[in-house]
Design a protein around this ligand. Structure first.
Ligand SMILES: Cc1cc2nc3c(=O)[nH]c(=O)nc-3n(C[C@H](O)[C@H](O)[C@H](O)COP(=O)(O)OP(=O)(O)OC[C@H]3O[C@@H](n4cnc5c(N)ncnc54)[C@H](O)[C@@H]3O)c2cc1C
Length: 459
């Protein structure tokens, strides 16, 4: 057995998974570890910025979901990085004496009564909870989440009113943010029960250093030089044999630099693997892995930050939610727009759920957008996106809304080393099986029967 101190390990990707893997190996006595990161910064889908002054703006991950058994929560707690009052509510802004909550507006400019909003949202939440807790009737086993929700909603009292229907469509659109999907008709209803919600508050926020503080903690645990940025990996040869190969793995960077190793840990996003996985590995990945990469969904969620000179919303307003008369989540509207090719592009902005207030930024709003519309938005210029958002805010609220002083949006789909935001289970896909196939280590061909895996994946 080779002592761990002489084993060479290459980790591809310096997101939370890659950095955690490197840090854990270091603590276990491994010394020759090289982390290769394609981008010019570590962190990956954690991207903490400070575009509006000292306080942070998160372009990627924002909250730590769940507490018990969550290594990120544990690390953040040990390091004193958590915001104390965070936990169960998603509220992004906490003005002193009032209890903030979302304002819902219709296209006509009418503010919807809260009891009506609460009733529909509570009913929606009851239906999704059933899906998450595997209490779905077997008749829904092959259905999409959208199909199941529509069917159940159609039989409810709320479905008899126009407002009820419109609010229900808003709930579906908002759920697309959690699922990173273009539409809930792309998401499996029965597979959601495999999502394990950890005990403890769901929306745990980080303190003034934001998510980057966690990345920095992991970086600090590694010797200088362990992480190399601007090193996109082009190919991984993972079954080298014979005397000329002292190490069975060789990792080649785009610029030609080559790293040999005993093991490689691959933590690149599923979106990147979908585009490049077939060409990246030699020998090619086994069918189980290739098919997991193809079958699992990887959708786009983007944020649009608008900074205004003055706040124009009331103290108790935690967010401005947009309730359209029709679509885009209505199944008929969705399918019609698909059959018409690019027609949905003209109304891409209908996919913005609304605008939330932002912690520590009293004059900033954050809009959320998902799916193909988010991908389309990424092709537009920020000024134009800002103008569209202001038009929406003016027409829905009737308030006087000035042009934003700054607009900043994420572009996760356009990022060549990410290509999306996170994973979802499409209908008909066994998500647990595919995740396990993706995460399983690859053995050396000649090592069959031994536990000498050379390539390790983080799903
Ligand atoms: C908008 C958004 C909001 C989110 N909100 C939350 C949230 O609130 N809470 C939460 O828990 N999660 C959230 N997430 C998800 C969370 O950010 C990710 O699950 C997590 O950061 C993934 O970490 P990772 O290390 O697996 O992957 P990544 O962070 O994607 O790291 C992979 C790294 O691999 C690098 N890479 C890719 N290709 C190559 C290559 N060829 N060579 C070298 N390096 C390569 C990439 O550049 C990247 O740095 C959000 C994500 C997004 C996009």
């Amino acid at each position: 057995m080779i002592p761990s101190s002489s084993v060479k390990v290459v980790v591809v990707g310096a997101g939370l998974a890659g950095l955690s893997a490197a840090s854990t190996l270091m603590k276990a006595g491994f010394q020759h570890i090289q982390v290769l990161e394609a981008m010019s910064r570590p962190g990956g889908r954690v991207h903490t910025t400070r575009p509006f002054g000292q306080d942070v703006i998160e372009l990627g991950a924002n909250w730590i979901h769940g507490q018990e058994g969550n290594p990120l929560f544990q690390l953040a707690q040990e390091q004193g990085l958590l915001l104390e009052e965070s936990g169960s509510a998603k509220t992004m802004c906490l003005p002193g004496s009032v209890t903030p909550r979302d304002y819902f507006f219709e296209e006509s400019g009418r503010k919807l009564p809260m009891d009506q909003v609460d009733q529909v949202c509570a009913f929606f939440s009851k239906l999704t909870s059933r899906a998450f807790s595997s209490e779905l009737d077997p008749k829904h086993s092959t259905q999409s989440l959208g199909g199941y929700l529509d069917q159940e909603f159609a039989q409810s009292l709320q479905a008899t009113s126009k407002v009820g229907q419109r609010l229900f469509e808003w709930c579906k659109r908002s759920e697309c943010t959690d699922e990173a999907s273009s539409s809930l008709y792309e998401v499996s209803a029965v597979q959601l029960c495999h999502y394990v919600a950890l005990e403890g508050g769901f929306f745990n926020s980080l303190g003034p250093g934001g998510y980057q503080a966690l990345v920095d903690t992991l970086l600090d645990s590694l010797p200088p030089g362990t992480v190399l940025c601007d090193r996109p990996v082009r190919s991984i040869r993972w079954a080298l044999e014979g005397e000329s190969h002292a190490h069975p793995v060789s990792v080649l960077c785009q610029a030609g630099q080559c790293f040999t190793a005993d093991h490689v840990i691959v933590t690149v996003p599923l979106g990147f693997l979908k585009e490049n996985g077939a060409a990246m590995f030699e020998p090619a990945l086994p069918t189980s892995k290739a098919s997991a990469i193809e079958r699992l969904g990887f959708g786009t969620v983007d944020k649009i930050y608008l900074r205004f000179e003055k706040r124009f919303w009331p103290d108790d307003c935690a967010g401005i939610q947009l309730v359209w008369d029709a679509g885009p989540e209505d199944e008929k509207v969705y399918q019609h727009s698909q059959s018409e090719g690019g027609a949905w592009r003209d109304t891409w902005y209908k996919k913005i759920c609304g605008f939330d207030t932002v912690a520590r930024h009293p004059t900033v709003l954050c809009g959320w957008i998902t799916g193909r519309e988010a991908q389309h938005m990424e092709t537009l210029d920020e000024r134009m996106v800002g103008e569209v958002c202001v038009r929406l805010l003016r027409s829905f609220t009737g308030w006087s809304v000035e042009e934003p002083a700054q607009v900043l949006m994420s572009k996760w789909w356009s990022e060549p080393f990410v290509r999306g935001s996170y994973t979802y289970p499409p209908p008909g896909v066994d998500a647990v099986r595919e995740h396990n196939a993706l995460a399983a280590p690859l053995p050396q061909p000649s090592d069959a029967g031994h536990s000498q895996e050379k390539v390790h994946f983080f799903a």
